[in-house]
Design a protein around this ligand. Structure first.
Ligand code: ZN
Length: 331
């Protein structure tokens, strides 16, 4: 099992004696450590407090106001985050130790800069640096779909699985891949972009510049463009078609990476429910025919609306673990 395995990264180590001494005066009454988890999407920003065991103690959210400037938007996020920091100490008697962020992509590695497709005022916005300045805590950030993969592997529908694919089918389509106990990053941190697997060779033009990508055919925005109706008012045929296309992409990934589990979240997939999942499973069965991919399952995520924040928290725990390991190897 690798060092990045969730089990191991989530085993917390005792704080050094001098660190505890520093905090002694003001935090004698603090009973444990928490991560401030932050989830940033195109319509809302959420922040919450997560224990090192993955329990959410508190949460709050604000809508994304698209009229605000880049810094104006950050300021509203910073207020949200700082109110959770205050609640951690004053209300829950817990010590905030880090910020974990799941953010819509694309982003540069570690979210040094983020350019979420649905937040137009943030283009190469230095999110991580701003959050460090605003909170004085270490900040760890990753793509929201990768964060969700961490959460589902830790406490959700893929708990105990060494290898699986997690997908988000909502306004856009994202994904995160855990292989042999490790969340895949890729050269720039963008591994797992299942939304750009080709599912219709002569399909619709995608925002990425290609044609027939899953995102261009099965995302909430694509469904709205194709049907002229919001994805919250689907026809039976569109629910089935969306499931079929997601099943097609899932089969390619299962065949490619020797996987037998795909967990799917996101407003479109969960909103379409059993019709979507039955159709996705049927298509997966049709196309996952290799000895190792036959029988692969596609199931809904299990953490529901807690998933994104638990995922953001897990990003921080993973980051803290890596930082400790790097420090140790330099000694
Ligand atoms: Zn694309």
């Amino acid at each position: 099992m690798s060092d990045d395995t969730l089990d191991r990264l989530l085993s917390t180590e005792p704080r050094r004696a001098e660190e505890q001494g520093e905090d002694e005066g003001r935090s004698r009454q603090l009973v444990g450590d928490v991560i401030v988890a932050v989830d940033i999407g195109g319509t809302k920003m959420a922040a919450g407090l997560m224990t090192m065991q993955g329990e959410l103690l508190d949460r709050d959210q604000i809508p994304v106001d698209h009229r605000l400037s880049a810094d104006g938007l950050f300021s509203s996020l910073n207020t949200l985050v700082n109110s959770q920091l205050v609640r951690a100490r004053d209300h829950h008697h817990m010590r905030p130790v880090a910020i974990g962020v799941g953010c819509a992509g694309p982003m540069s590695r570690g979210a040094e800069t983020v350019s979420p497709i649905n937040i137009h005022s943030w283009r190469e916005y230095p999110l991580r640096e701003r959050l460090v300045a605003g909170t004085t805590l270490p900040v760890y950030a990753d793509l929201d779909a990768k964060a969700l993969a961490l959460a589902e592997g830790w406490l959700g529908g893929a708990q105990g699985k060494e290898s699986f694919l997690a997908m988000v089918v909502g306004t856009g389509v994202g994904g995160g891949i855990v292989l042999n106990g490790q969340l895949l990053d890729g050269a720039e941190g963008n591994a797992g972009h299942v939304g750009h697997i080709i599912v219709e060779p002569n399909g619709r033009r995608c925002g990425c510049g290609s044609k027939g990508c899953l995102e261009a055919e099965a995302s909430g925005s694509a469904i709205e463009a194709i049907t002229g109706r919001p994805p919250s008012e689907p026809t039976y045929e569109i629910m089935q078609r969306t499931g079929r296309l997601v099943g097609r992409a899932a089969a390619s990934v299962c065949n490619l990476l020797d996987l037998d589990l795909v967990v799917v979240g996101g407003s479109v997939a969960l909103g379409f429910g059993a019709t979507f999942f039955n159709s996705a499973q049927e298509t997966l069965d049709e196309h996952a025919k290799l000895s190792f991919s036959r029988g692969a399952r596609i199931t809904p995520v299990r953490l529901g609306d807690r998933g994104p924040l638990i995922g953001a928290g897990a990003v921080a725990v993973r980051g803290m673990h890596r930082a400790r390991r790097a420090a140790r190897s330099q000694q």
